[in-house]
Design a protein around this ligand. Sequence first.
Ligand SMILES: NC(=O)c1ccc[n+]([C@@H]2O[C@H](COP(=O)([O-])OP(=O)(O)OC[C@H]3O[C@@H](n4cnc5c(N)ncnc54)[C@H](OP(=O)(O)O)[C@@H]3O)[C@@H](O)[C@H]2O)c1
Length: 324
Amino acid sequence: MEYTELGRTGVKVSRIGLGAWQFSEAWGLTDYRAARAVVERALSHGINFFDTAMVYGLGMSETFLGGALREAGAKRDEIVVSTKIPGEFLNPGDVFRAIEKSLKNLGFDYVDVLLAHWPPCWHNFPTCEYARAMEKLVHLGKVNYLGLSDYPVELVESFRSCLAREDVQVLQLRYNLAERWAEKAHIPYAEKYKMTVQAWSPIAKGALTGKYEPGKLEFQDVRSREPIFHPENYSKVWELVKLLRQVGEKYGKKPVQVALNWLVVSSPVVIPIPGAKSPEQVDDIVGAVGWRLSYSDWKLLEEASRRLEISYSVLYVEKETKIK
Ligand SMILES: NC(=O)c1ccc[n+]([C@@H]2O[C@H](COP(=O)([O-])OP(=O)(O)OC[C@H]3O[C@@H](n4cnc5c(N)ncnc54)[C@H](OP(=O)(O)O)[C@@H]3O)[C@@H](O)[C@H]2O)c1
C-alpha cells in the first residue's frame, strides 16, 4: 500500500480509502458479517483511511464500520476515520448532540476527521456558529481535524475565516473520470493549501467498472434514479469504459483500477474513497495503486473524458405531465 499525508497534519493515510455508505439500505449491504468481511480485507491490504457519515443508514454505517474495525483488532492510532454531520444538524446544539451519538455508534472516544456533509442550505444557520462549534469539538478532544464536503470554494473560505486555531484539512467532493467539475476550482484550491481531497463516487457508482452493459441497467438501490446511468449519459460513459478496458489490458488491470489510478496520478492531494460490497471488490480497489499510468495513457483518458458531459436534468427534461 502507498501512503500519503492527511492535509498538513503529519498523519499517515493510505493512498486509497474505503467508503462505508455501502453499509446501509441505500446500497443494500445491511448484514454486519458481510460488512465486517469488507473492512477486514481492507485492513489486511493496509488501507487505514475509512469514510462514513451520520446519515448513512442513520448510524448503521458508523456502527458496522466501528464494530468491524474493533473486532479486527485495528489499533486506534493507526486508522483514520472520517464521519460527516449533515447540514440539517449544524446548529451548535445539534453539533454536540450528534457527535456524541456518532462516537457511540463508532465505539470511539474521538473521531479523526469531522466534516460538514453539506451546507445548511434550508436552515439559515450562520457559518461561524457551526464552524466554532466544530472547532470547539477539536479543543475538547472529540475530533482531531475538520473538513467540508460538497461546499463551494467561496463557502470554504468563509468557514475558514471563522476558525480561530484550527483549519480545514479535508475537502470531500464528487470526482471521477466522467464527472470532473471538482478540477475547476476545488482541486487547485486544495493543492494550494495542501488539503486532502477525498474523492467520492470515484468509480461513478460502478458506472466505470464496465460490468453494467447499456440496455441491461436495472437497479434496486440508490442508483435507480442516478443520472449517470440514464441511457443518454450512460451511452457516452460506455465509450469511456471501452477505453479504460483497452488501456487496462496493457497493464493487466481492470477498468475500475485504471479509473482509480487516473485520479491518483492526476493530483497528489486526491485520495479516492470507493465503496466496496465484497472482499473481492476491495482486492480490485487495492490493485488501483502501487503503479502509475504512463503520461500518454493518462492523457488519452484525460482527452476522452474531457469531451464527456453528463446531464443531471435528464429525468426532469424527459418527463411529460399530462393535464386531464
Ligand atoms: N460526501 C458526499 O456527499 C458523498 C456522496 C456519495 C458518497 N460518498 C462517500 O464515497 C464513497 C464512495 O462513493 P459511492 O458509494 O457513491 O460510489 P463508488 O465508490 O463510485 O461506487 C461504489 C460501487 O461500485 C461497485 N464496485 C465497487 N468496487 C467494484 C469492483 N471492484 N468491481 C465492480 N464494481 C465495483 C459496488 O456496487 P455494485 O457491486 O452493486 O455495482 C459499489 O457499491 C461512499 O461509500 C461514501 O463514503 C460521499
